[in-house]
Design a protein around this ligand. Structure first.
Ligand code: ZN
Length: 336
C-alpha cells in the first residue's frame, strides 16, 4: 500500500478511504477522529467522533452535549479497528487530552501528530514519540529562528514585574484552552499562591482541568465594578487575548499588558499588539524540537502541515528524508 492511499488531503481534511474517516476535519463529516479540543481541529456537527475522553468533554463544554450525533472515547495506547485500519491515540503534550493519531494498514503506519510540544507541561501528558513510516508534523514554529526559552524563566519575569509594580494589575493574555491553565500552573509552581483572577471565558475550562486532577489553586472572577479598581492592584488577571480589546480590560488600574504566546519571540508582534510584557510560552514544538522529533519517529517520509512548511521540507531533504507540504487549509491554531 502507498502512503497516499492510506491517508490523503481532501477539502474536508485528511481522509482515510479504507477506514472511511477524517482526521481533524474542518467541515462536518460522517466520521471524525480528533486530535485535540482547539477550535480549528475540533469542530461541531460531525456524525460520529472518536477522540480522547478529555477532548470529547472539552468539545461538549464548548459546543454543548449534542456537538456530534455519537461519540466514542479513545484510550491512549489502545488500538481500535475501523474498516480494517488499525487506529491508536498517543499523547501529544499540547493541551489536556491532546493526542497524535496512528493509522496502520498492511504494515504501513502513518502518525498524524496534530499540534504538539516536547517541553514538560504540568497540565497535560508528555509527548511520546511513535515509530512510523510517515510522520505528519505541524509546522507552526518551523524556522530555525524559533527557539523557545524555558517557560519557568518567562513566568519568573511576570512574578518580578508584579513585585516591581505592586499598584498595577497584570493582565495576561492566554488562550482559554491549555495556555491559560498552563500559565496558572506555572505561577503556582513558582510559588505564587494568592488568588489568580480569571476572565469569565476561562471559568468552565479551568473547572474542568481541576476536575481532571490538575490543581490550579485559588481562582477568583475578574469582574470590575466601578469604584473597586483598587482591588486589582498587584493582581494577576488572566483572560483570552480577544478580551483585551474589550472595555473589560480598560477597567483595571494602570494595567501592565502581558501576553503568553510563542509569537512573543517576535518583538514587532508584541509591539503591534501593545504588549508591554511579552512572555514566550508556546504550546507548539520549536525548531529544534521539530527536527529532533522527526528523527525520533524514524520516519522515512515526512508530511508537513499548517505553518511554515518550506523550511522543514528543505531540512528533511537535506537530511535524506523524503518530505512534502500537505497544504491543508483551515488551521489557524487558537493556542499558539
Ligand atoms: Zn492546538
Amino acid at each position: 500500500m502507498r502512503a497516499p492511499d492510506l491517508l490523503h488531503p481532501r477539502p474536508e481534511g485528511l481522509y482515510c478511504p479504507a477506514g472511511d474517516f477524517f482526521i481533524d476535519p474542518v467541515r462536518p463529516v460522517a466520521r471524525a477522529l480528533i486530535t485535540h479540543g482547539h477550535a480549528d481541529h475540533a469542530r461541531a456537527g460531525h456524525r460520529a467522533v472518536l477522540a480522547t475522553r478529555e477532548t470529547l468533554d472539552i468539545m461538549a463544554l464548548r459546543y454543548g452535549a449534542d456537538f456530534a450525533a455519537s461519540s466514542q472515547a479513545a484510550k491512549l495506547g489502545e488500538t481500535t479497528t475501523l474498516g480494517g485500519v488499525r487506529v491508536s491515540f498517543h499523547p501529544a503534550g499540547h493541551v489536556l487530552g491532546s493526542a497524535q493519531i496512528a493509522v496502520e494498514k498492511d504494515g504501513l503506519r502513518i502518525v498524524a501528530s496534530g499540534d504538539y510540544k516536547r517541553r514538560h507541561d504540568p497540565t497535560c501528558q508528555d509527548f511520546e514519540p511513535v515509530a512510523c513510516d510517515v510522520f505528519i508534523t505541524e509546522a507552526t514554529f518551523a524556522l530555525p529562528v524559533f527557539r523557545h526559552p524555558d517557560d519557568r524563566g518567562e513566568i519568573a519575569r511576570l512574578i518580578r514585574s508584579v513585585a516591581q509594580f505592586p499598584e498595577r494589575a497584570h493582565l495576561v493574555g492566554a488562550y482559554s484552552l491549555g495556555k491559560a491553565q498552563r500559565v496558572i500552573a506555572l505561577l503556582r509552581a513558582a510559588g505564587h499562591d494568592g488568588p489568580i483572577h480569571i476572565h469569565g471565558a476561562l471559568e468552565k475550562l479551568c473547572a474542568y482541568y481541576e476536575s481532571r486532577g490538575i490543581a490550579l489553586g485559588p481562582l477568583a472572577p475578574a469582574t470590575v465594578d466601578d469604584g473597586q479598581r483598587d482591588r486589582f492592584a498587584g493582581a494577576v488577571v488572566i483572560g483570552p487575548p480577544a478580551a483585551f480589546a474589550e472595555r473589560w480590560a480598560r477597567r483595571f488600574p494602570d494595567p501592565v499588558s502581558a501576553f503568553a504566546s510563542g509569537w512573543m519571540l517576535i518583538r514587532q508582534r508584541a509591539r503591534q499588539r501593545g504588549v508591554e510584557l511579552p512572555l514566550i510560552v508556546s504550546d507548539h514544538a520549536d525548531w529544534d524540537e521539530l527536527v529532533a522529533t522527526i528523527g525520533e519517529t524514524g520516519a522515512g517520509e515526512v508530511w508537513v502541515t499548517h505553518g511554515r512548511e518550506e523550511a522543514l521540507v528543505r531540512w528533511c531533504e537535506l537530511n535524506g528524508i523524503k518530505a512534502r507540504p500537505l497544504h491543508l487549509v483551515g488551521y489557524e491554531d487558537e493556542g499558539d
